[in-house]
Design a protein around this ligand. Structure first.
Ligand code: LLP
Length: 463
């Protein structure tokens, strides 16, 4: 493949258009370990490897685009979360971030629980052998069929999301002669500092039952009256990609206040609270996520302090990190195709995937990093926009990124931190084939979700 330099686009600070970038990094060959999976390194010959295998070999064997997931990193993050929260708390991995049977087995082996939010996720979890009692079932509009199955297989908890669902789950459980363990999801009225579409604890949205106006207290009253339900606690999830612990602090305080009201009114102390997920990860070098240990310490201190003040026994805490476990463990590998320098603007670098494998940039204006990984380069930094191959101008993977000016078709570039909400939100837009997920560990790579084929597309199209 030719490596000849093409007319490089604009690169000098005085002609840079508006964007999210600061200055170009001093050395584009350096990989910031904050955003890359743990076993990712750049070898002496310049190629990048993960789990001991060079990306050039991975591309040859598995093709591009593809997600490569560092299994050791995933397992280490599971352990970091469960060690941080210890024996008196439960960590539920949020399967919506990315779920496959291999992932379920890793979670099971590492002692984590699992949050599912659809019949499909429940099927995947059970099929891979996750014990039902370690599963929490979520969703704002669970179907009768989903609830029936969840109750029948004996999921550890169903998180109730509406007044109608309180009755629905109680009836279904009673019909099956069961008493279902449930939590009530409340909206605590916190404005989480994140994108509107991924904030969930303000009142004007579809999830949960508002604490405001006594609605959550009324939900507790109703749940306690129904024989089919065993109310074990209160649930709150304030949003996603959050760095500031202040929102969790307010949420914990308000949930504990509700526990105190429940104690005062009904004479019972609910034994559990779930503070949801939403902890942020580093997508770019500007992001500074907190360590699980700090998060666990902060959350348990807040809950303990609030409970002491309310003279309540400290409930068992659970959390539901999804992104913070799987997000940093994977990157997407693309092959560079068309390169289009736009004078006075930037250079558009097209890759062989796009919004069908990463919708987050288009949907949330998310920021990502990118690096040339098949070789090193000493060329000057060039301001680029990495775009996909779909018929849509919003098909952007990385909005503002510096790549070396000698970038050429056939080079491999990788976007780190794509483990969460990329494959799980992938689509077939333009009849794109969804990429595989390949797990890499100790010099071995294996496909855990295979690449879609045109046959797969035609199989669904029944004419
Ligand atoms: N628990 C509940 C009840 C949730 O609704 C969610 C995420 C989580 C836990 C996990 O949140 P995490 O720790 O992964 O942030 N598609 C969006 C994120 C939507 C999250 C929905 N709920 C994105 O790509 O940013």
């Amino acid at each position: 493949m030719s490596r000849s330099a093409h007319p490089a686009g604009p690169r000098h600070a005085d002609v840079l258009p508006e964007g999210h970038y600061t200055a170009p990094p001093t050395d584009l060959n350096v990989l910031d370990e904050k955003v890359w999976a743990r076993t990712v390194t750049r070898n002496e010959d310049g190629a990048v490897s993960v789990g001991g295998i060079e990306v050039t070999r991975l591309a040859e064997e598995f093709g591009t685009p593809a997600y490569f997931l560092d299994e050791d990193d995933f397992r280490a993050r599971c352990r970091a979360w469960s060690d941080a929260f210890g024996k008196d708390a439960d960590v539920f991995y949020a399967g919506k971030a990315f779920l496959s049977r291999a992932v379920v087995r890793w979670l099971k082996e590492e002692g984590l629980n699992l949050d599912v939010c659809s019949g499909g996720e429940l099927t995947t979890a059970l099929d891979a052998g996750m014990p039902a009692e370690r599963i929490a079932f979520h969703g704002n509009n669970k179907s009768e069929e989903e609830i029936e199955r969840a109750v029948r297989v004996g999921v550890g908890r169903i998180v109730l999301d509406s007044f109608q669902e309180i009755v629905r789950v109680a009836h279904i459980a009673q019909r099956q002669g069961k008493r279902q363990r449930v939590q009530i999801r409340v909206t605590v009225g916190v404005e989480a500092h994140t994108h509107e579409f991924i904030a969930t604890a303000h009142e004007d949205q579809k999830f949960g039952i508002a604490l405001a106006g006594g609605q959550a207290a009324e939900a507790v009253r109703r749940a306690l009256r129904l024989d089919g339900l065993e109310l074990i606690g209160i649930h709150s999830h304030i949003g996603s990609q959050i760095f500031d612990m202040a929102g969790f602090e307010v949420s914990a305080r308000r949930v504990v206040q509700l526990l105190a009201e429940v104690r005062d009114e009904h004479g019972i102390e609910l034994p559990e609270i779930d503070l949801g997920g939403g902890l942020g990860i580093a997508y770019t070098s500007d992001d500074d996520p907190r360590e699980p240990h700090d998060i666990a310490k902060a959350l348990s201190e807040i809950v303990t302090r609030e409970c002491e003040a309310a003279n309540l026994r400290t409930p068992r805490i659970s959390v539901e990190p999804g992104r913070a476990i799987v997000g940093p463990t994977a990157f997407t590998l693309y092959e560079v195709g068309t390169i289009k320098p736009l004078e006075g603007l930037r250079t558009y670098v097209s890759v062989d995937g796009g919004m069908s494998d990463n919708i987050r940039t288009a949907l949330y204006d998310a920021e990502y990093s990118v690096a040339l990984v098949s070789r090193t380069s000493d060329a000057e930094p060039m301001l680029t926009r990495v775009v996909g191959k779909h018929c849509e101008s919003g098909d952007i993977v990385v909005k503002d990124a510096f790549l070396p000016a000698d970038l050429a078709p056939g080079d491999l570039i990788a976007v780190p931190a794509t483990g969460a909400y990329c494959r799980s939100m992938a689509s077939n837009y333009n009849h794109a084939l969804r990429p595989p997920v390949v797990a890499v560990k100790d010099g071995e790579a294996r496909v855990i979700v295979r690449r879609e084929t045109e046959e797969d597309l035609l199989r669904l199209d029944v004419g």
